[in-house]
Design a binder for this molecule. Structure first.
Ligand code: SF4
Length: 357
């Protein structure tokens, strides 16, 4: 693959005194001195300007079923082009994509005096060049109608996503963020019209867990969910259920109650954990825990709760919240039957919220 080393100036930042910059791409709002990178490791200050070091650099590109994001109420049964780069503004110990989300941070820590060039050289060795136009060409070649910015946190590389979507929108292609929920007002303004759907991780309902295990703040994520909801972007929420960390009735009730307070029709995905990265001392989530989480979600008033990562459980399906008829049948990531009629239950005609086009 062809590789180039050209720096792309970021849009989401402000210049400060003494060649410092303030990044506005996520709720950390890092102040970054000259020669350094921000907490996510992929936005760096050179000579008083902020650069997005992963612009046009793809670390992972796949064609996935849209259900894998997971999105169950948005263009079901279609393929989506999924793109990821490097870096993250979270530091989750259970990260399942840590090879791309965390390694630039490890590289940066090796030599604090030279972090800018170390990170650039790592990104260039591990990625391939994929300019925005080529992403859209890939979609057209494979007749794909949506692009997911995923695998690592997309808000921190919004300038790349923005330019891809600028081209993609000309072809009627939809944009999706799969996010940990640290989007700023600046990012949402910048991406307006380019993000059609978002899946936000709500990883726990405890500030302590967010602080110790994810190195971030729960309150910021809750704020983002409230800020995004009702703004014309389809939203679904995912919680990876980790035994003994976030699987108590109390915690699951807290999450479900919060989602219901924002909007009862937001689908909630409760998915199974497997040991990964720094969290290898906890077992896989048993199916009965996902079923319990499902029941708690429904008890708290949510209309759509889905189990994930364990194919074959009955709550992979969409049921009509009014008459309980099975509407969309799935197995794992595959839609096996879709009985939806013009966005409504085929039996009782209840409207099922989502973007089904
Ligand atoms: S995107 Fe990165 S540099 Fe910008 S505020 Fe967030 S962590 Fe800091």
């Amino acid at each position: 693959m062809q590789k180039t080393v050209s720096l792309h100036e970021a849009k989401l930042y402000e210049k400060l005194e003494e060649k410092k910059v303030k990044c506005t791409a996520c709720k950390w709002y890092c102040t970054i001195p000259e020669g350094k990178t921000g907490l996510c490791s992929i936005r760096g200050n050179k000579d008083g300007k902020l650069y997005l070091l992963v612009y046009g650099k793809a670390a992972a590109v796949h064609i996935d079923p849209i259900e894998k994001k997971p999105l169950f109420h948005f263009m079901p049964g279609t393929d989506i082009l999924s793109i990821g780069t490097y870096g993250c503004n979270f530091g989750c110990e259970f990260c399942q994509n840590w090879e791309i989300s965390q390694t630039t941070k490890h590289e940066k820590m090796k030599d604090m005096s030279n972090q800018f060039s170390n990170v650039i050289s790592m990104i260039n060795n591990g990625s391939h060049d994929l300019p925005p136009k080529e992403v859209v060409e890939l979609c057209e070649r494979h007749r794909i109608k949506s692009i997911a910015f995923t695998y690592n946190e997309p808000s921190i590389w919004s300038e790349y996503a923005h330019d891809i979507m600028k081209e993609a929108k000309k072809k009627g292609i939809k944009g999706i963020y799969v996010s940990s929920g640290y989007e700023t007002k600046e990012v949402m303004d910048y991406m307006r019209g380019f993000i059609d759907a978002i899946n936000i991780d709500l990883k726990a309902f405890s500030e302590e867990t967010y602080r110790k295990v994810c190195k971030t703040r729960l309150s910021c994520v809750l704020d983002t969910i409230k800020e995004v909801s009702g703004k014309g972007i389809w939203i679904e929420i995912t919680t990876l259920i980790i035994p003994t960390l976030n699987d108590s009735d109390e915690e699951l009730e807290g999450i479900a109650k919060f989602i219901a307070s924002v909007d009862k029709s937001i689908p909630w995905h409760v998915t199974s954990f497997h040991p990964d990265y720094k969290m290898r001392d906890k077992p896989n989530t048993p199916p009965k825990t996902l079923m319990r989480a499902h029941d708690i979600g429904k008890k708290m008033g949510l209309k759509y709760v889905y189990t994930g990562n364990i194919p074959g459980l009955k709550y992979e399906n969409t049921y009509c919240p009014a008459c309980k008829e099975t509407i969309i049948m799935r197995h794992g990531m595959s839609v096996t039957e879709n009985r939806l009629k013009e966005g409504k239950c085929p039996l009782c005609k209840e409207r099922i919220e989502g973007e089904w086009g």
